[in-house]
Design a protein around this ligand. Structure first.
Ligand code: PMP
Length: 380
């Protein structure tokens, strides 16, 4: 019998929408993809070149479990340069994406039956990681007024003596909100020394707002980040965590046992991403910003509820309750009738039921076509 803690893991609905969309495409449909949380830009040539070179040089063996020293140094420098913090390379653990780093963080911090406090809505997979390792989830209802984000006040109202970690996500998925200095600082000052896990995977993708790391405000935190979004490296599977020194030995032993190490030649490419030219990132951010503005304008004209204008990541969370309270049914119907793929809010928890998440990681041309189709569908 499959144990309950994994048997009941819900599907990652966005992947189900994607798979249904691919099925339609197989039969010749032209689907506009506004569901996927994946950059539509290619990985920059100098990053690919670094991987080619590593492969040509036969860098194909296991590496140190915590990552190759040069990459750990680049990551520490990157955080220190960007945020004026004091991260040492030893605090960096290189992982095969941010997802395994989330797993390691929860395995490290959460006792069986204890909980992780997180916002609702939240990134779809968070609660499922926690459940799989035998923990539970304490949801904090958040809404447009608080930017769909946690703050010291709403956290304090929901903490209990079994809370082993507070999970933050900035810039966030699905709301695209960027937490400001004041909120991060006051969360870091919450009494009780509860460790904070901060998922910073969309760091660098902000529009007119400065982003911050939790490490600016406390040492009692684990920052998680990766190369999937900012460096368009989703398929490469490269991420990392920056952890307090007291956690490192246990994290190292878990990494050795469960994952051995991250992919060797991909780690070489990671150095090129951080140390090489950044102009492709700057251009990409400008392009995302143009698309963000255009999509916001069109969604408002169509009549969807834009309760919060995002300033980070590449998502817009729109209230679609007027068109149907069941977001899964609504997005399936939209896909079927218009061939526009969108993500149902329910993927991100009950707090986003009745909402639809739109990703603008697609060309302006495709976004325009998607919005035209949606307008026809919703407004006849
Ligand atoms: N955190 C968030 C908030 C995400 O949106 C994603 C990817 N969609 C991840 C973590 C996982 O990213 P990866 O494993 O590709 O680094």
């Amino acid at each position: 019998m499959i144990p309950e803690r994994v048997r009941n893991i819900p599907p990652f609905y966005v992947m189900e929408v994607l798979e249904e969309a691919q099925q339609l495409e197989k039969h010749g449909a032209s689907v506009i993809h506004l569901e996927i949380g994946e950059p539509d830009f290619p990985t920059a040539p100098h990053i690919c070149e670094a991987a080619h070179q590593a492969l040509s040089g036969c860098i194909t063996r296991y590496t140190h479990s915590m990552g190759i020293p040069e990459l750990r140094k680049s990551i520490a420098n990157y955080y220190n340069r960007h945020f004026d913090v004091d991260v040492s390379p030893e605090q960096v653990i290189v992982t095969s994406g941010t997802s395994p780093a989330l797993m390691l963080a929860f395995m490290l911090l959460v006792e069986q039956g204890h909980n992780v406090l997180m916002s609702n809505p939240h990134y779809a997979c968070y609660p499922n990681f926690v459940t799989a390792i035998g923990g539970t989830t304490e949801y904090v209802p958040v809404n447009a007024e608080n930017g769909f984000s946690l703050n010291a006040e709403n956290i304090q109202m929901n903490l209990n003596d079994k809370t082993d970690a507070i999970l933050l996500n900035t810039p966030s998925n699905p709301a695209g909100s960027v937490m400001d200095k004041k909120d991060l600082k006051s969360i870091a000052e919450i009494e009780g020394d509860i460790p904070i896990v901060c998922d910073e995977i969309y760091q660098g993708l902000t529009y007119g707002k400065e982003d911050h790391t939790i490490l600016e405000y406390t040492d009692n935190a684990i920052a998680l980040n990766g190369f999937s979004k900012k460096y368009c490296m989703t398929g490469w599977r490269l991420g990392y965590m920056i952890a307090p020194k007291s956690y490192l030995r246990v994290l190292q032993k878990m990494q050795q046992n469960f994952f051995i190490c991250a992919n060797s030649f991909v780690q070489e490419a990671g150095i090129a991403a951080l140390e090489g030219p950044q102009d492709h990132v700057e251009k990409m951010v400008e392009t995302y910003d143009m698309r963000r503005k255009y999509m916001l304008k069109r969604l408002k004209e169509i009549g969807l509820g834009i309760e919060y204008e995002p300033d980070g990541a590449f998502y817009i969370l729109a209230n679609a309750r007027e068109y149907g309270r069941n977001s899964l049914e609504l997005s399936r119907d939209i896909l079927e009738k218009t061939h526009v793929a969108v993500t149902p809010g329910i993927d991100f928890g009950k707090g986003a039921e009745g909402y639809i998440r739109f990703s603008y990681a697609n060309s302006l041309e495709n976004i325009e076509e998607g919005m035209n189709r949606l307008e026809k569908y919703l407004n006849g």
